[in-house]
Ligand binder design. Sequence first.
Ligand SMILES: [Zn+2]
Length: 248
Amino acid sequence: MSNSRLTLTPISPHVWILPRHPDKNRVQATIGMVITGSQTIIIDAGNSLQLARQIQAALMAMDAPRISHVIYTHHHWDHTFGACVYGVPAIAHRLSHQFLTEMRQQNVGETHLRTKVERNPKLILDWTAEDWAAFEIVLPEIIYEGQEQFQFDGVTLELQHVGGVHAADSTVIKVVEDGVMFLGDCYYPAPRYENPTDQMLDMAMLENLLDENYDHYIDGHNAPMQTRHVRRILRSQALLARLNESRS
Ligand SMILES: [Zn+2]
């Protein structure tokens, strides 16, 4: 744990990110920030209150306008648990609302993460007793279905429900004018505890999302990619599939 200031990475005129933490044991997903004339929109809330507070401090240090909304790519804890720090409305798909409501009713929180530490003793969690006492799951107040556009000071955010095996509520968030697409974890396999055998990436989904108007593809747990990186992954996966076929 470190108190040094976070380094945010600029992606395009309106988009900044905190890249995912390279140590997988931190399960710290990428956080996006869309900064418009008068507001900052956070894409995925962070996996802890501490991280959310660090995001607030980093934005304040760069004189970013006030945070006005949080958008969830999907309901998983590492994308949503920091939300209560910001005190602003969350935007998400109808299914995210349903899943988070269920998690709230089941009091999903500290015990949920303790189970994860039992499964992976190397897991690093930045949570204190005070943080757990202050924690609450923030349900989305603004709910969309299918596909919907939101305007923030002339910057268009297009939300598109893609679902998939990783999470049925997976949403892709497109920053239209900037050509930036936030993928969340949409093309990832199901979480390992749900299906330990099938861990294939959904290459068909990734290929379908490729769009000539977008050059930046930002997912939850990898470094940001540009179109050429995505194409390289698709080519190598296709080659692998052909090799496997010829071998059998
Ligand atoms: Zn996830």
